[in-house]
Write a new protein. Sequence first.
Length: 132
Amino acid sequence: MRILHTMLRVGHLQRAIDFYTDVLGMKLLRTSDNPEYKYTLAFVGYGNNPDHAELELTYNYGVDHYDLGTAYGHIAIAVPDVAKACEAVRARGGNVTREAGPVKGGKTVIAFVQDPDGYKIELIERQSEVTL
């Protein structure tokens, strides 16, 4: 077994696609529109299944925002240099909500950014990863 994708409901599909592709460097992998059931899907990621997990962005017609709730935590993305990734996110118009630094009680360097719908994305420093 393995994770195929994670789904996020978004209030403005193109804004979400732009954030994940332009700010975080993912690729738009595919889209599908279902007018009968009033939703559109966009899959983004750093590669396609089966080699990579994907992020499914779901836009339900007429819904421009969601309450995130207290159960949601974050999506984690590995980057080679968290401080440089934060600089790149800012330069591309993204919102850094926690600066690069060691995780509380540990040594792993992390930071947090937030997408336009309020979802948190954790950047985790892993030297072997590709730059945003």
